[in-house]
Each structure stands twice: as C-alpha cells, then as structure tokens.
Design a protein around this ligand. Structure first.
Ligand code: ZN
Length: 572
C-alpha cells in the first residue's frame, strides 16, 4: 500500500470561486485522491482557505464586518460548497489557524538562523487621505510592464508580472482613490531566495518526470533577467501572522505581519496539524506525512494548481523548506493546469463573469459539472466552457451512454425476470471478448489516472461505458429472450454486474451517481476490479435490486438558453 499526500492550491477567502478555479486545482486533486483511495492506497488530502493579506481586509471592509469574523463566515461558506461538489478533503483548514501561526513563525526563525533572512530598509506608499500605509493591493495604477491601467500593487492581472506597489505608474489608493500619496521609509524582512538559486535549480533539474508546463515556468523565474530575486516576507498590516523568530519577539518588527505568500503554502503542513487536532490524533500522526525523519520518507507528495501558482510552488515554498534545514517533505509531483475560459472571454472573480460554484450547484447536480470540467480539463492548453458543449457532453456521455445503459438493462430485467439478478445460461464468446476489452481498457484507465492525465482518463472511462452499450446492442437480450430465455438471463446478469463495475470505476469522476447505482444494486462492495471476469460474476442469481430512477436528466434547449442568458451578465 502506497501513501499519497495530496494538496490542492488553497482558495483565497474573499469570495466564492468560479468553475475555472475549481478545475484548476481542487477538482482534479479530488479525482486523484478518490482514485488512490479506491485502489487501496492510504491518502491524506488537504486543502484550506488562504485568509491573510489585503484582499481579505478589503472584502471584509466592503461587507462591513471585522476581518476575523468575515473570514470565519467565508470559510464556512466555501467548506459547504466544497462538500456540495463532493470534494473529499481529509481536512479543509484555515491559514489563520493557531497551527499555521506557530509553524510560520517557526520557519521564519529557522531561516533567520540559517542566514537566509535579511532586514531591508524599504519604502512604502503612505496615503495622507487614508492615514495609513498602503501595501500591495491597496494601491492601483498603471503596469510598468504592459501599460494595463488597473494593475494592482502586487501583480498585474493583465500580464501576470509580480509587482511592488512602488513600481506602479500613476499610483492611487484602492481604498479612497486618492492620489495624495507619499513614499515613506519602513523596514521589512526579505527571504534570500537568490542565495538558494543553485540549490533550487539542481532540485528542479532532478524532476525529469515533471510536465514541461511546470519546469519551464520555474526555469524562467530562476534564470530570466537577473534571476531569482529576494522577496519581502513582511507587511505593515494588522491582519496576519505576527512577525516572530520562532516563539521569540523580533526586534524592530513589532506591529508587522508575515506577507501572505510566505504563510499560505506553510498552511499545507499546518492543515495536517489541524486534521490531527480535529480527529483526536497525535502530532506523530500528522508528522508521518510531512517529516521525513518521522516516516514521510515513503510518502509520495503531489500538488495540484493553476499555472499562475507554479512559481510559488516550485521556488518560494521549496526555498522555505530547503532553507529551514529541517527534514520536511518536498513535493514529488506537481500537476499544473492552464486556464478555463468562459464563453468567449475569461472567468473573472473581480468582474463576476462566468459561473460560480454556488450557482452551478443551484441549477444542476455536482456530477454534471464534475464530468464536464474533468473531461475538458485545461491540460495541454487553455480550454473554454460553452453551454452548447456542456449540454452536448452531459446529454451524450452521461445520459445517452451511461444512463441509457443502466436504464435499459435494469428495466428489461424487471419486465422479464423481476427485480433480481436472473438465473440461467452461461457466459460465452461475446462475454469473453468483453472481458478482454475491458481488461485492457481498465489498465489504460488506471495508467492515465496514475499519471494524472485527466482528459485521457475521462476518455477511457467513456470508452468503458461505450463497450457495455455495444455488448448490449450486439447480444440484444430482448431478441435472445424470444428464442433462448436462459441465454438472455446470462446476458442480463452480465449487464447488471457491469453496472456495479461502472459504479466502482466511475466513482472518482461522478461520486453521487456512483452511490445511487450502488444503492440501486443493494451492494456496498466497492472493491477495485483486479480480475474483470470475477468482477462480472460478483452479483449472483437471486440478488435483489431496484431500477434507479432518472440517473441523469438531459439538459433541454430551453434550459440551456435560459442559463446562457442568466450568466451572460455579471454577478450581483
Ligand atoms: Zn502588466
């Protein structure tokens, strides 16, 4: 049994995420976690909300709430939506947890001991109108790189360049809009990433099995221009993790907090500590996932994220871990995704464009979205959501191929043999041919899942469903029944067993439908098929079942048009 540690990029707290966010991290991570558990491996699947930084403060101010209260509420909202989508986290933590406070301060202390943190006399923008410093996103202005006029002080949304607020041309306050700003002296801590450039480079070079999308982004940051830069890890803010050196005060850093990019990835580790606390476990129970001196040596650690998060996960977070000099687990495989676009443009949280996770669940069951998103995952390039494609994919794949198979076989059985697995006849050549085909397809499916090739996995699963339909079409038990009822019984028996096999194989993609099928079959044996012939004889004659009602309803043209119009504008 292998042990697999899985983390999904942690969603920011300031609002409900859209489907593009979901397919770029949490959903494929869940697919992989469910597959690993189903095949008998031990899994620790962690996610959390990313709660610090200026956007949380700004969103809380807009909602008229204290920031801590706002974050607690939004965490509950995001947790509930994640549950609605069937995201099977072992723990969904919070980067504001006491565990993350302690760990972040601990790492900062270790990095300081290793000589990898330096104090820098910095300058920061002060707003006279607002009476305060304006860190990162509190400042907006024109991007010095591409000329985009609404660039934020931490990053330009247009060209994705990382910025400092003082880089912006024509800066203004994001709070008041005031341009009465002044650059004032302050002091900040910087992580000396540049000192770790060669170590990081060697580590990235050792990852020959990583996708090119991942390594090319990391290499660009390591080598382009002046190479990897030192980065500020503190901010003049109230909300965040107070700057400390381990448990000691940090002279000169009073009243400052760690910058969100430093503490957010540490939450991957802290979330395991939160899991232990929430489940009555010990420190050793979570450390065996994260400390190579405590048992994590044989753990495979996989991260899932959108491409915009790759630099942090290939460079900044590893710099924190390697720089600490302590035996923490480093990522073994990093799966990154391109962007999902929405109907001719981009999904946008700030502009409320596209479909958001809560809205999606209001109109259709999670499995419909899971299936479409995963089978169209933006792996090799960006992909696009259109309502026409969504309707076509749901209606064809789920309703016509899988749903129709289940409905035909169960209804035919009920009408001729009653609601139990029929007796009589035996499996022959057509059944053997099906077993052979399914055996090779299931091996391919497992290989694609193991490799995290999400689209290929979906295609193979669909082909597995199609094989059952083709079997049913060619053997035609409704015709066989007229001349040889015993043989028809064997064909139906195989079909009913195939439904169980489909429920097991499909569960990582469509867990609710899988549950409905298992319930309809009165079966709770979810063992992964190592022997297809044996799996197709599991439900024996006399085993009772019920015909499942409406496994998948088709999306009508009227519904599609209504939703197309409803989501064309902006949210609110
Ligand atoms: Zn730009």
């Amino acid at each position: 049994m292998a042990r697999i540690l899985i983390t999904s990029a942690i969603p920011y707290i300031n609002g409900i995420k859209h489907l593009g966010n979901l397919v770029g991290s949490q959903l494929p991570a869940d697919l992989y976690a469910r597959f690993q558990r189903a095949t008998g491996n031990e899994v620790m699947f962690l996610c959390a909300t990313d709660e610090h930084g200026t956007p949380a403060e700004l969103a809380a101010a807009k909602a008229g709430k204290p920031v801590a209260e706002f974050c607690a509420e939004m965490h509950a909202v995001q947790a509930k939506i994640a549950e609605g989508f069937g995201l099977s986290f072992d723990h969904f933590g919070r980067s504001s947890s006491p565990q993350n406070h302690a760990l972040t301060q601990h790492f900062a202390g270790k990095l300081a001991e290793a000589g990898l943190i330096r104090e820098v006399d910095d300058s920061q923008i002060y707003s006279h109108a607002d009476g305060r410093f304006l860190p990162d996103r509190y400042v907006e202005g024109t991007c010095p790189n591409c000329g985009f006029e609404k660039a934020r002080g931490d990053q330009c949304e247009e060209c994705t360049k990382q910025l400092d607020p003082t880089d912006l041309i024509n800066p203004r306050s994001a709070i008041s809009g005031s341009t009465d700003l002044e650059v004032r002296a302050t002091k900040h801590l910087f992580l000396c990433q540049s000192q770790m450039k060669d170590q990081l480079d060697a580590w990235i070079n050792s990852k020959s099995d990583w996708p090119v999308l991942t390594t090319s982004i990391a290499k660009k940051w390591l080598h382009d221009g002046d190479g990897l830069q030192d980065r500020g890890i503190t901010r003049d803010l109230d909300w965040g993790i107070p700057v400390k050196k381990g448990t000691e005060d940090w002279p000169g850093m009073e009243g400052k907090v760690f910058y969100v990019w430093f503490d957010a990835p540490i939450e991957y580790i802290a979330a395991a500590g939160e899991w232990a606390e929430a489940n009555g476990k010990t420190d050793a129970d979570w450390q065996r996932w994260w400390r190579t001196d405590m048992g994590a040596d044989d753990v495979k650690y996989v991260q899932f994220m959108g491409k915009d998060n790759v630099p942090f996960h290939t460079l900044s977070f590893p710099a924190t871990i390697l720089g600490s000099g302590e035996p923490w687990k480093l990522v073994d495989h990093l799966k990154s995704f391109n962007y999902l676009n929405y109907d001719g443009g981009q999904f946008s949280t700030s502009q409320g464009r596209g479909i958001f996770m809560d809205q999606a669940l209001e109109i259709l069951p999670a499995d419909y979205w899971r299936w479409w998103l995963l089978s169209h995952a933006p792996e090799s390039s960006d992909s696009e959501f259109t309502w026409e494609q969504f309707q076509q994919s749901v209606n064809k794949d789920l309703a016509d191929v899988l749903g129709n198979f289940v409905s035909r076989i169960t209804k035919f059985c009920r009408s001729k043999f009653g609601e139990e697995v029929p007796q009589g006849g035996s499996y022959g050549d057509p059944e053997q041919a099906l077993v052979t085909e399914l055996t090779s397809r299931i091996q391919a499916y497992e290989q694609h899942m193991e490799n995290m090739d999400v689209r290929k996995s979906a295609q193979e699963l669909r082909a597995i469903w199609v094989a059952g339909n083709e079997y049913l079409q060619s053997t035609a038990p409704w015709s066989t029944f007229k001349s040889d009822p015993d043989q028809a019984a064997a064909q139906v028996r195989l079909g009913l067993n195939l439904i169980r096999l489909y429920a097991v194989l499909s569960a990582p993609f469509i867990p609710s439908a899988s549950d409905s099928l298992m319930q309809a079959l009165n079966c709770d044996d979810r063992s992964w098929p190592s022997d297809v012939a044996a799996a197709l004889s599991m439900l024996s004659a006399g085993h009772g079942f019920q015909v499942p009602e409406n496994l998948f309803a088709k999306i009508t043209d009227e519904q599609r048009e209504e939703w197309q119009a409803r989501f064309a504008g902006t949210r609110d």
